[in-house]
Ligand binder design. Structure first.
Ligand code: FUB
Length: 482
């Protein structure tokens, strides 16, 4: 953060959280994701089929060059494209010992409870503190869990600015908190009660050019830390702005290995991000100044897709004004296979290439994927081949077909949904496109149905063209009798 008033500005304490709930209904799919209020410092959390974003609210008047932040809001979506503002679910008054500055926060679940770690200005000595509230659902209600700050300026070896907590519960139950601003990153273990620290506060190593805003997550056994930096060595054009760098580690307390810039400069001076997997896709949430009337103290939350490379590094996130396409998911039976007589199980499959650790049998074994990342019924993939590849069905005698459905495989590594595809058939002398075919869809987490004029053939082929830099895969390919 920059350009703010130093010191504890006294602000009017707003009413209890429940009195502030304003549900504005679904927003349109676009970035920023809501524009009815200004929102900042987003932290994502997926619970069941819902993605939540916990965010502060910027209330500064136009032209006011200081943060005015009094509450924390929740946004939710079941497809990562259309968002509902669930209103303020905590505010400064949630912490009776605090009086101002509802800055960056994050929610971490444990044992059915939801712990909301916040940056907030206490009424005691010093400036910013880390507080923790708790609730029994992602939407609360939330109450102060500790009766005082978890971290304050009097905590030994605390940061020069105790803001921006990120808390991560590992698979073994060990819990870690990182936080800090003004280049002062700190880490400490938390007890299983989530409200006490365990051991000493340490200064983690390897978070190169750290400025503020850490966000920790784990993927395929590797720990990741996103964080804001403001150097001009590949990060930003002016150190008034910030980018998101990231680092990885094999131990949750580090040391960390810096991996580069994952989100470039945004239109606000501050840059605060988080990442989450939802319905088989990864997303980065961040903020910018792009809403009408927006600015450095009137920020708005945006969401875009985030892609991993096969080696676990992350591709730089592309900032869009459209946001991600709707991700309908499939978990819990959300997407049912199309009805009809599926001729695929009776066919023999063949392909231009299949990776040795995957299997072509996946495409017609009748599996019902819950998402494009679901390997539970096996997966076909052609990594490391790129460009155009194909899969094919052969029947011992001609079959009439007029519809197919493809469920793409996306491992969030080297395999992604394709750029395009088309259905072809063997006309006796060559493969040609089936006549009158509708768009060959490339959506993740669903069945992409292609219809066409009926053909009678012994061989049907799905020609698949990969996105640049990726291979492709298929979890199920259905072929229907008219
Ligand atoms: O929103 C107030 C502060 O600005 C946050 O705590 C920082 O991360 C920066 O985004």
């Amino acid at each position: 953060m920059r350009g703010r008033l130093l010191g504890a500005a006294v602000v009017a304490v707003v009413g209890v959280a429940s009195a502030l709930v304003v549900a504005t209904g679904p927003a349109s799919a676009a970035n920023p994701i809501i524009t009815s209020v200004y929102t900042a410092d987003p932290a994502p959390l997926v619970v069941g089929n819902t993605m939540y974003i916990y965010a502060g609210r910027d209330e500064a008047a136009a032209g006011n060059n200081n943060f005015v932040m009094r509450e924390w809001r929740v946004l939710s979506s079941t497809n990562a494209a259309t968002w509902t503002d669930q209103g303020a679910r905590a505010n400064i008054a949630t912490f009776p010992w605090a009086g101002a500055d509802a800055w960056a926060s994050e929610v971490e679940p444990r044992n059915g409870r939801y712990y909301w770690y916040t940056s907030v200005n206490g009424n005691g000595a010093g400036w910013m503190n880390i507080g923790v509230a708790v609730g029994d659902s992602p939407l609360g209600p939330f109450t102060d869990a500790k009766g005082g700050p978890l971290i304050s300026d009097s905590t030994a070896n605390s940061s020069g600015l105790n803001i921006d907590p990120t808390v991560f519960v590992d698979d073994d139950g060990q819990t870690y908190m990182y936080w800090g601003g003004y280049w002062g990153v700190r880490a400490v273990r938390l007890a299983s009660n989530m409200i006490d620290t365990v051991g000493s506060v340490v200064t983690p190593q390897g978070l190169t050019n750290y400025w503020e805003a850490p966000f920790m997550f784990k993927r395929n056994g590797l720990y990741y830390m996103l964080y804001a930096a403001n150097d001009t060595q590949g990060c930003v054009t002016s150190s008034s702005y910030a980018c998101q760098r990231y680092a990885t580690a094999t131990n949750p307390m580090g040391p960390w290995t810096h991996r580069g810039v994952v989100l470039g400069q945004v239109s606000s001076t501050t840059n605060h991000a988080g990442a989450v997997e939802f319905n088989g896709q990864w997303y980065m949430v961040y903020h910018n100044a792009n809403a009408p009337g927006g600015g450095n103290f009137r920020r708005s939350v945006a969401v875009d897709r985030m892609y991993f490379n096969a080696d676990g590094t992350i591709q730089p996130v592309v900032q869009t004004t459209t946001g991600p396409p709707a991700n309908p998911g499939g978990g819990g039976g959300g997407v049912q296979p199309p009805a009809g007589t599926n001729l695929a199980p009776a066919a023999t499959g063949s392909t231009s290439y299949v990776s040795s650790w995957e299997t072509l049998a996946a495409i017609n074994n009748g599996g019902v994927p819950t998402s494009s990342a679901d390997r539970s019924n096996q997966a076909y993939g052609n990594w490391p081949e790129q460009g155009t590849q194909w899969i094919e069905y052969t029947w011992p005698s001609a079959r009439s077909v007029n519809r197919t459905a493809a469920y793409w495989f996306d491992d969030d590594q080297g395999i992604d949904v394709p750029a395009s595809c088309h259905v072809q058939y063997w006309n006796g002398t060559a493969y040609v496109n089936v006549p009158g075919q509708s768009t060959c869809g490339v959506a993740a987490n669903t069945y992409n149905v292609t219809t066409f004029n009926t053909v009678s053939t012994t061989r049907l082929r799905l020609s698949i063209t990969a996105r640049s830099g990726f291979s492709t895969g298929v979890l199920e390919w259905m072929a229907f009798q008219p």
